[in-house]
Design a binder for this molecule. Structure first.
Ligand code: GDP
Length: 174
């Protein structure tokens, strides 16, 4: 093994949220810089590994997609096991998906590692009127100790920035 591998940090991150909020699209955007109008409902794999540059060092992130299981509102424990971060995504053009995001946050707080770092991701901001400021979402994130990001998997806005910043906020050892 070369020293390159020894300096890399592996961080397991799970991505959750209502169906069709753009979970797979965010993963596709950050890993391959692609966007599909008709994204299949999952990335077709349990997880993918990729690297983000944090302070000039590679952080290896392992991102887990839900493989469509979010429809059943309950995930197997293996999904959370070993995760140090969770990104809960909602669609800014679909109010109901914010309610679902809150339910996921509750579930994570109940069932996952209590030290899990949780972020709320407001996706599809390309569909949002410029002046809307997501005030209630920011207040909710604040009250619940969540990081909050605004992204568009479609235009790419905020996506890499979210993963880099989120990775920075994760503990280095599990
Ligand atoms: P998932 O079920 O949460 O994994 O959602 P998908 O990634 O499959 O995306 C659902 C649909 O929303 C697809 O038609 C995507 O092309 C679309 N989509 C995803 N992200 C965005 C975005 O940021 N903006 C817009 N306008 N559409 C998006």
């Amino acid at each position: 093994m070369t020293s390159k591998f020894l300096t890399e940090v592996q961080q397991k991150v799970v991505v959750l949220g209502d169906f069709s909020v753009g979970k797979s699209s965010l993963i596709l955007r950050v890993s391959k810089n692609e966007f599909l109008e008709e994204q299949e409902s999952t990335i077709g794999a349990a997880f993918i590994n990729f690297s983000v540059n944090v302070d000039n060092k590679p952080n290896q992130i392992q991102i887990w997609d839900t493989a469509g299981q979010e429809k059943f509102r309950s995930l197997t424990p293996i999904y959370y096991r070993g995760a140090i971060g969770a990104i809960v995504v909602y669609d800014v053009s679909r109010e109901y998906s914010f309610q679902t995001a809150k339910e996921w946050v509750e579930e994570l707080k109940e069932k996952a590692n209590p030290k899990l770092i949780i972020a709320l991701c407001a996706n599809k901001i390309d569909l949002l009127e410029e002046k809307k400021k997501l005030l209630k979402e920011k207040e909710y994130a604040d009250e619940n100790g969540l990081l909050i990001y605004e992204t568009s998997a479609k235009t790419g806005k905020g996506v890499t920035e979210m993963f880099v910043d989120f990775s920075k906020n994760l503990p280095k050892d599990q």
